[in-house]
Ligand binder design. Structure first.
Ligand SMILES: O=P(O)(O)OC[C@H]1O[C@H](O[C@H]2O[C@H](CO)[C@@H](O)[C@H](O)[C@H]2O)[C@H](O)[C@@H](O)[C@@H]1O
Ligand code: UDP
Length: 476
């Protein structure tokens, strides 16, 4: 840290750790799950940076501390704020609205009030950590008001924002009663990054329709109080990736290889192991995937004694109604299919409602002949990239929904529309019975892409563009 603050500050809803305080007041922490954490952790460890975020527990007040080579700055949220800002506005309003209204978004004014208040608290915490002229990189839909609030406190900063989830088409976005405030909040940034080119164009279209600002290509011109141009904002795609080499290395270790073998043995050494790994979220298309798999068993096109589906559904947002309903549906479906096609000592579906560490994930990827990523909408989907990075044996087939950000990049995958159950059944069978030569060719192509476009490249490219942007005074 410099003498007056950090030169790079990341602001995200979550700290990269979950904290608990023991009775004696000592703080214990564990790495927390999720794609954002996986993506940003290596970036932060390489930089002299601070990470501002919520601890993951209610009412927990902890002083900033160092962990995993970074300064962690906890933001306290009360139980009511978790309910209204995190579970409510972030995950029951914005999440469904930004994911094609797969579930119905709820609009509540008291949730919006909490969202504003919490965004203000994050902006103040970031302002207190940043050195003069520092870069502050704000992450994701939970914090869309932070760029503007932060610029009001610290006009000297360069502010970046990255949206990890899709940005919806105007026709959906304009349902949001606070749509203008959200756009203005984001426009406090100098650079706004999205996963796909389509997300960036949706945003620019919303700016044109909901404000009087002029746009040209990726550039939006902001106006001062006198109506003259004051600065430029750029909105552009920066598809996120993973620490590909780390995953490749991990999957080559004797321990992970042995564990992969053990997993297959424990499954009864079936001919075909299929795998799904997702947070238990309605955007991930878990029901559609299980339905397709169940129909293949029913049609006799897959033999339940020779194939199995392992579905990791890690617990997520369990206090939100739509997630509780999804769990009921998925578990009912799994129970029906297992009741119908399971035998003593063999389940048609191995359903695991747990969260696993990276080495177990790598072993699962290695053990799977076919990886099923069938999201109805997904900002990127890092699981798809991790599967590819783990397969240094050039084996394995990836069935990938065209509604993921990953689909824009991963030529070589078997692309599917998860709403088309028949099409998905064909793709699953194609993956299961693919000619080994074709499989190798596809996997090599996938691996070239994932190993070259890794998370370091993602952050360097975003931070490179942000650092090269002219400072505000150029335009005044
Ligand atoms: O923090 P949670 O509410 O437990 O949720 C976990 C994370 O889920 C979302 O991930 C997104 O970011 C990934 C990385 O860019 C991307 O691959 C995926 O498609 C997105 O869904 C969310 O955006 C994060 O903020 C959450 O931490
Ligand atoms: O049991 C689990 C399930 C998932 N993950 C990790 O969580 C991330 C999921 O990211 P993705 O982009 O696929 O989806 P998200 O959950 O962020 O929407 C990946 O890095 C997975 O390896 C994990 O570590 N353990």
């Amino acid at each position: 840290m410099g003498k007056d603050g950090f030169s790079l500050v990341v602001v995200a809803n979550r700290l990269p750790v979950d904290m608990t305080v023991a009775e004696d007041g000592s703080v214990d922490w564990q790495r927390s799950p999720g794609g954002l954490v996986t993506a940003l952790e290596p970036v932060m460890q390489d930089a002299d940076g601070a990470w501002v975020g919520w601890s993951g527990a209610a009412g927990l007040e902890v002083e900033p501390f160092d962990a995993d080579d970074m300064r962690l700055v906890p933001v306290t949220l009360s139980a009511t704020e978790i309910e209204r800002y995190y579970e409510g506005f972030s995950n029951d309003t914005l999440w469904p609205l930004y994911h094609d209204v797969i579930a119905q978004p709820a609009f509540h004014r008291h949730w919006w009030d909490a969202y504003r208040r919490v965004n203000q608290r994050f902006a103040e915490a970031a302002a207190a950590q940043a050195a003069q002229g520092a870069i502050v990189w704000v992450q994701d839909y939970q914090l869309q008001l932070v760029p503007k609030l932060l610029r009001e406190i610290r006009p000297d900063l360069r502010i970046g924002f990255f949206n990890h989830i899709p940005f919806p088409p105007l026709e959906l976005f304009q349902q949001l009663p606070w749509r203008r405030q959200v756009i203005e909040g984001l426009l406090g940034a100098d650079l706004i990054g999205f996963q796909r080119a389509g997300d960036a164009s949706n945003f620019i279209r919303a700016v044109r329709r909901l404000t009087d600002l002029t746009t040209r290509g990726q550039i939006i011109t902001m106006e001062g109080h006198d109506g003259k141009p004051s600065r430029h904002v750029r909105a552009a795609p920066f598809p996120i990736s993973i620490d590909s080499q780390r995953f490749d290395d991990l999957a080559r270790t004797p321990e992970v290889q042995a564990r992969a073998k053990e997993i297959r043995e424990d499954l009864g050494d079936p001919e075909i192991v299929m795998l799904g790994v997702d947070r238990l979220d309605y955007t991930k298309g878990i029901r559609h995937r299980i339905k397709a798999y169940g129909e293949l068993l029913q049609d006799g096109r897959l033999d339940p004694s020779k194939s199995t589906l392992v579905q990791v559904a890690s617990p997520s947002r369990e206090n939100v109604g739509a997630y509780q309903e999804l769990r009921e549906h998925v578990e009912g479906l799994v129970g029906r299919i297992n009741g119908e096609y399971g035998e003593i000592g063999h389940s048609a579906i191995h359903y695991l409602h747990h969260s696993y560490p990276p080495d177990e994930m790598a072993a699962l990827y290695l053990a799977a002949d076919v990886m099923l990523v069938t999201s109805l909408r997904d900002g990127m989907n890092l699981v798809a990239k991790e599967y590819v990075a783990a397969r240094s044996d050039d084996n394995g087939a990836l069935v990938l929904s065209e509604f993921t950000g990953a689909a824009d990049e991963l030529a070589g995958a078997l692309l599917v529309n998860p709403h088309d159950i028949d099409g998905m059944k064909e793709a699953i069978l194609h993956g299961a019975h693919m000619d080994p030569k074709d499989k190798r060719k596809r996997m090599r192509r996938l691996r070239r892409r994932v190993l070259s476009d890794d998370v370091a490249k993602w952050s360097e490219s975003f931070l490179g563009v942000l650092s090269a942007m002219p400072s505000r005074t150029t335009y005044v």
